[in-house]
Structure formats: C-alpha cells, structure tokens
Design a protein. Structure first.
Length: 176
C-alpha cells in the first residue's frame, strides 16, 4: 500500500466544528456501515445511483480495497462524546488505461449537509489526486442532484457537464 499521510488534514467549519479528514482504514468498518446505513433514501440514491437497502460487510470490503495510488478513499470525521464519528466519504478510482483520469464520488451524512463539509472534503480529495498525477475527475450525476451541482460551482476548479442519458449527466472536473 502506498503512503496515505497526505490524506490527513484538520479543517474548521464556519460554526467552529473541527473535522478531520483521513484515509479510510479497514478498522472503520463498523463506523462506515453505520454512516452508510444512516443515509436518507435520497442521499443513498444520489451516491450509489440506485436504491440501496442496508449496506453489507461484503460491500464494505470492496470500498475499503484502496491502494492509495490508483484508488483513494478519505473519510471526514468529528469527535462526539470522546468518540470518532464518520460524517462523510470521498473517493476516487483512477482509470487503468488513462491514469490521469479518475472517477470520483462523495457523500456526506444528511445531518452534515450544507455546512461546508462536502466542499472542504472534495477540495482535499482534488489536492490529493492532483498530487498523484490525476488531471481530470469524472462522475455520473443524476440531473436532479442540485447539491452536487452546487458543490461543483463552489469548488474553484473548472468543470463541465453533458447529457449521459435521460436522467443522468456526466461531469468532468479539471484539476490543473
């Protein structure tokens, strides 16, 4: 596994809450499953592009399988009553044939949306990816996912979108 030290960062939200970004670890299984299973149906649908029931341990194994070279996963966490709680996850997978391009995804717990977590987490993921040679992020986004489009507008990187199908847009974010 490559070094994941550059995934670590502390940030403060506008309300003063301290959030820690760090690499997703295998030991995060319980917290990760709790986070994903807490999503509203809409949040889960927007993130996974399909209705999702309860996230399984098998699915977690696929998500935690990152090498921190071609695949990176960063969690956002807060301390609550002395315990760490995951509130978001951002990740990318570089294209095997075009490693300068990577598919990205980000999700923030419903209670933490619209507080700046997503923007800061996505900016951090962009910086980590750029440091690993990624120049373009891409994703499929449902056309009604206004939260993602608002985040992209605030990101500070040029981006574009085009129609993928009747319900979905393909977005590209240029990290250079």
């Amino acid at each position: 596994m490559a070094d994941s030290d550059d995934c670590f960062k502390k940030v403060k939200l506008k309300d003063g809450t301290q959030v820690i970004f760090r690499a997703l670890r295998h030991e995060d299984k319980e917290e990760w499953l709790e986070l994903v299973n807490s999503f509203s149906p809409q949040t889960a649908y927007f993130r996974f592009l399909a209705p999702v029931g309860v996230m399984t341990e098998e699915a977690f194994e696929r998500y935690v399988d990152v090498d921190f070279i071609h695949a990176v996963a960063i969690v956002a966490s807060v301390q609550k009553e002395g315990e760490e709680h995951l509130i978001g996850v951002a990740r990318y997978y570089a294209d095997e044939k075009k490693p300068e391009q990577a598919e990205f995804a980000i999700v923030v717990a419903d209670d933490w949306q619209k507080k700046g977590v997503g923007k800061k987490l996505m900016k951090h993921l962009c910086n980590v990816a750029k440091g690993r040679g990624v120049k373009i992020f891409y994703a499929l986004v449902f056309k009604e996912n206004e939260g993602m489009f608002n985040l992209l507008k605030k990101l500070g990187h040029p981006w574009e979108m085009r129609k993928f199908d009747e319900d979905t847009k393909r977005v590209e974010v240029y990290l250079e």
